[in-house]
Design a protein around this ligand. Structure first.
Ligand code: TYD
Length: 201
């Protein structure tokens, strides 16, 4: 099986930029790779993404199950087939987002979330999760107020809880997580990530 690498972080942490940069590095070295994102990455997932990011006033449990449905479809239709055929998969968000946002952010039961994550992924776990850490004060300031989605417009306290959850998840799994400072220069950050990814390939 090829490598499965996930980027995590609060909104505006710069993880999508770094995920794209890693994809380019792999492609330059002729390593077959694909980049996907959550929620989304399949026709069903993109439909669900519209509901999840819109201001549909979803109940927390409805929200959770939609994220899980999008993930189940993405794992089954995209991630697992790619890994089996030797393609390295990079995902912008995965199961840790649900633990952070729906678990610690929304306060839903963590056993329920972990159970649903295992069901949706069939137990597939990333070989490496890269957490781009940044205080919400900085990351949200990068986003402009107009066009904010249902998560970006959540109160500061919500984003603080999400960040704390990510830091706790990284601390609990030091072998499988890389914690990097999102405030540093983008190039240096890309280099730090590459040093960690290189030996996995
Ligand atoms: P997106 O535009 O992809 O944000 P970002 O660029 O920050 O990744 O929007 C996805 C939003 O969905 C983001 O605010 C995090 C949230 N989310 C959850 O709450 N739970 C989840 O399981 C996932 C995958 C995302």
């Amino acid at each position: 099986m090829a490598s499965f690498i996930v980027f995590e972080g609060i909104d505006g942490s710069g993880k999508s930029t770094q995920a794209k940069a890693l994809l380019q590095r792999l492609r330059r070295r002729n390593i077959p790779a694909l980049l996907t994102h959550e929620p989304g990455g399949t026709p069903l997932g993109e439909q669900l993404r519209r509901w999840l990011k819109g201001r549909a006033d979803l109940s927390p449990l409805a929200e959770l199950t939609l994220f899980v449905a999008a993930r189940a479809q993405l794992v089954d239709k995209v991630i697992t087939p790619a890994l089996k055929s030797g393609v390295t998969v990079i995902s912008d968000r995965f199961t840790a987002s649900t633990v952070a946002y729906q678990g610690h952010g929304r306060g839903l039961d963590l056993d329920l979330i972990n159970g649903l994550n295992v069901a949706a992924t069939g137990g597939l776990a990333p070989g490496l999760t890269i957490l781009i850490d940044m205080p919400p004060e900085e990351s949200l300031a990068r986003r402009n107020d107009a066009g904010q989605d249902s998560f970006e417009s959540a109160p500061w306290e919500f984003h603080r809880k999400v960040r704390e959850s990510y830091l706790a998840q990284a601390a609990a799994n030091p072998d499988d997580w890389l914690l990097v400072d999102g405030a540093q220069d983008k190039r240096r950050l890309g280099q730090q990530i590459w040093e960690k990814v290189k030996p996995l390939l």
